[in-house]
Design a protein around this ligand. Structure first.
Ligand code: PLP
Length: 218
């Protein structure tokens, strides 16, 4: 099933859209099935779980941290993580830069921008995002690069609302793209990735549409 699900998605999405297979809560065996079907980019939302999978799985996998990040956990992934999607403060950027420098690495980061109207989501306002992009502090960080934004739409059936939220981030991305050399706009999950791609996303994060629905035991 996993290989077939992936193939269907590969056939469906444009060539310039990158697929992050969200493997949180899935056993290593499931990740391997996706790997054997050609998938090389995987996303996790817990640092420990990602680090354990990194140890066990082939080393040509690119690991993306997509969840809300605790600063004190950055050190457990700084030696291998390829991209961190959910950065929402200068303090977190500083910690990523510091930990990456210990390993002589440069970690790609996305600023998480709040586009959903619901109150529960993490993320920066547009103004806070601009402040970080223009900050002197960011320019001094040589072991990371902010290469784009991540956004999550409201969990709703209202498609026009979802579209508007994605479109607002695309517009903001386009305004800043050239000056700040941004490349990645990470928007879209299993339930809304078609809408996200129509609104200009070039990176989607899919879990359940690849691996089936998740069982959370906790
Ligand atoms: C879990 C998760 C996803 C994937 O969700 P699905 O609905 O299973 O596709 C995408 N992005 C983030 C930030 C997530 O936590």
């Amino acid at each position: 099933m996993i290989a077939q699900n992936l193939q269907k998605i590969y056939d469906e999405i444009p060539a310039d859209v990158t697929l992050v297979a969200v493997s949180k809560t899935r056993p290593v065996g499931d990740v391997l099935k996706a790997y054997e079907a050609g998938q090389r980019i995987f996303g996790e939302n817990k640092v420990q779980e990602m680090a354990a999978k990194y140890e066990e799985l082939p080393k040509d996998i690119e690991w993306h941290m997509i969840g809300h990040l605790q600063r004190n956990k950055v050190k457990y992934m700084a030696h291998f993580v390829n991209m961190i999607h959910g950065v929402d403060s200068l303090k977190t950027l500083k910690e990523i830069d510091k930990q990456a420098s210990k390993h002589n690495r440069k970690i790609n980061c996305l600023l998480q921008v709040k586009i959903a109207k619901e109150d529960t989501k993490f993320g920066l306002t547009f103004q806070e995002t601009e402040n970080i992009l223009n900050s002197v502090e960011l320019k001094k960080m040589t072991n990371l690069k902010v290469i784009g934004f991540m956004g999550m739409a409201t969990f709703t059936e209202n498609e026009s609302q979802i579209q508007e939220e994605f479109a607002s981030l695309k517009t903001f991305f386009d305004v800043h793209k050239n000056q700040h050399e941004l490349q990645v706009l990470s928007m879209g999950m299993s339930g809304d990735y078609d809408l996200a791609i129509k609104q200009g996303s070039n990176m989607i994060r899919l879990g359940s549409s690849i691996f089936g629905s998740r069982n959370y035991n906790t």
